[in-house]
Design a binder for this molecule. Structure first.
Ligand code: FES
Length: 105
């Protein structure tokens, strides 16, 4: 399993709730080790799987915050897009759950 090097720095990955299901499959993306990224947890960003600031909208009243993360190797990673993973921001296979697969056509 890949690691989020910022997990102990930011508390956002410990939020108890999950966002809305955005997609029923993960998204493969090349990430660089010297960059910090923000993974969308609320599921409402238009720049998935990354945060675009939508959670700050006063109209949506979203309590969830994005998960800041950093990786240790320059390679392709599968980022969770169902937003239900237990290993934020990475896909841990949770999207295979029946209720998630049934949610989006
Ligand atoms: S896409 Fe969310 S666990 Fe795989």
């Amino acid at each position: 399993m890949p690691k989020n090097l910022l997990e102990s720095v930011h508390t956002a990955s410990q939020q108890a709730e999950c966002g809305v299901i955005y997609d029923k499959k993960p998204f493969k993306v090349r990430l660089e080790p010297n960059k910090k990224y923000s993974w969308c947890l609320c599921g409402q960003s238009k720049n998935q799987p990354f945060c675009d600031g939508t959670h700050k909208s006063p109209y949506l009243q979203i309590k969830l915050r994005p998960v800041r993360f950093q990786v240790d190797t320059d390679k392709e990673y599968w980022l969770c897009n169902c937003k239900q993973t237990s290993h934020r921001p990475f896909c841990d296979g949770t999207h295979k759950r029946e209720d998630i697969q049934a949610k989006i056509k």
